[in-house]
Design a protein around this ligand. Structure first.
Ligand code: NRN
Length: 425
């Protein structure tokens, strides 16, 4: 490990050169964020503001971090999952002067230690994925909350937690729910999670997906993306759900739908994408076929019940970097990927740069908005806000522009028509 107290703690600084190449690769595929970096490079609107971030340290996150710094912010950063840090990227950020505390393969204690290190900069803003940083401020450093003007939250699970907190009147500063931006959830959650989860499964196992019985637990935005991509690889996709509307959508999208108790004895590959705990538990493991593969793509590792699996196993062994074989008493072997943690970031690189481009453009503009309000002496209420529609459309417009795609525009008459309630058939 390379460690400079207060400055950085990363796996190995020598990896910085490789990390810089990976960041350059991501920059070449994140044109919206790079356009925003150029737009604000001179005016430095974030100068004088300190941002603490807790979000997967990937080549894409590095582009966001360096865009925030290019706009003048001082940045301290930790990862938001013990298994998702790209050590080469972390090294490249450390040598650039980012106060980064992150490495791949952390204990839970190390994970929270890293979060605490980022708080030593006394941030004005927090940038979260899964709300662990915000929670640490509220539970361990409440005195810091008074000087925090606002924060942002990247993912569905985090937004749900923060909305619940706001409902209880416990939120100490305003939060912008980046996840709820259409240019985030309808692209990152669907196309990003869809591709990156399959990527993680293939890197972890190398199996053929065609013809496999592929069970997806959860048909929200993420599960829908995974089901779509698994079908594209020729798998026979089965969906399990608890929400009637989501289950109905899965049926009409052409997927088999059944309870997990039934799918457990049929599936070859299982992936959870629910945000709920105990989705796959002991009684399901009891029914699974010899050789079944189990993984999760939700934010936390509570969707697959690991204690149940551990209790049933007579032994376990690591047979591939992200694959553990659990031998059960009756001789069956079950394979758990990435220790039940989110497979796309633990066993692969997370979503492709092209979709993170829009998610992180939302993050960047949300922090700009919070700082602009602060400079005007304004403060939002302590609740969870959504991204304004015009920001969504601006990001999508920029994205289309970078793709060389032109679209139609409404004529003045059409604009008038859209609000003319007197116009009948
Ligand atoms: N490549 C990535 N870099 C990446 N892929 C998915 N995510 C990533 N963050 C940084 C996050 C998505 O935005 C994980 C979050 O849970 C999800 O909302």
């Amino acid at each position: 490990m390379d460690y400079q107290p207060g400055q950085y703690k990363v796996r190995n600084l020598a990896l910085a050169e490789q990390g810089r190449k990976e960041i350059a690769w991501a920059e070449s595929r994140m044109p919206v964020l790079m356009a925003l970096r150029e737009r604000y490079r001179e005016s430095q609107p974030l100068r004088g503001y300190r941002i603490a971030g807790c979000l997967h340290v990937t080549k894409e996150t590095a582009v966001l971090i360096e865009t925030l710094r290019a706009a003048g912010a001082e940045v301290a950063w930790s990862g938001c999952n013990p298994l998702s840090t790209n050590d080469a990227v972390a090294a490249a950020l450390a040598v650039e002067g980012v106060k980064i505390f992150a490495w791949h393969g952390q204990t839970v204690e190390e994970f929270y230690w890293c979060i605490e290190q980022t708080l030593h900069i006394a941030p004005h803003l927090t940038l979260d994925d899964g709300a662990d940083l915000i929670f640490t401020v509220h539970s361990r450093y409440p005195e810091l909350a008074d000087s925090i003007i606002g924060g942002t939250e990247e993912t569905t699970t985090g937004v749900k937690r923060l909305r619940a907190m706001a409902e209880d009147g416990k939120l100490r500063y305003p939060i912008i729910a980046v996840n709820d931006a259409e240019t985030k959830w309808d692209f990152d959650n669907v196309y990003g999670t869809g591709q990156s989860s399959i990527d993680g499964i293939l890197r972890a196992t190398g199996i053929l997906l065609a013809g496999k019985r592929f069970v997806v637990a959860g048909y929200g935005h993420c599960g829908r993306g995974v089901a779509m991509r698994a079908r594209g690889m020729g798998a026979q996709v089965i969906v399990t759900e608890v929400r009637p509307t989501a289950a109905l959508k899965a049926v009409l999208d052409g997927f088999q739908v059944m309870p997990m108790d039934e799918a457990a004895s049929i599936g070859d590959v299982f992936i959870t994408a629910t945000g709920m705990k105990d989705v796959i538990v002991g009684r399901h493991f009891e029914r699974m076929k010899d050789g079944a593969i189990i993984c999760n793509t939700g934010h936390y590792d509570c969707e697959v019940n690991l204690p149940d699996l551990e209790a049933m196993a007579v032994s376990k062994r690591q047979i591939r970097p992200h694959t553990e074989e659990y031998l059960l008493r009756d001789g069956r072997r079950l394979y758990l990927l990435a220790k039940g943690r989110l497979i796309n970031l633990a066993a692969a690189e997370g979503h492709p740069s092209e979709v993170m481009d829009m998610s992180f453009a939302n993050q960047f503009l949300a922090h700009l908005h919070l700082v602009e309000l602060h400079r005007q002496g304004k403060r939002l209420e302590n609740r969870v806000y959504t991204i304004p529609e015009e920001q969504d459309q601006e990001i999508a417009r920029l994205k289309l522009e970078t793709m060389g795609i032109r679209i139609d525009t409404l004529t003045p008459e059409q604009v008038a028509y859209s609000t003319d309630y007197s116009a009948g058939t």
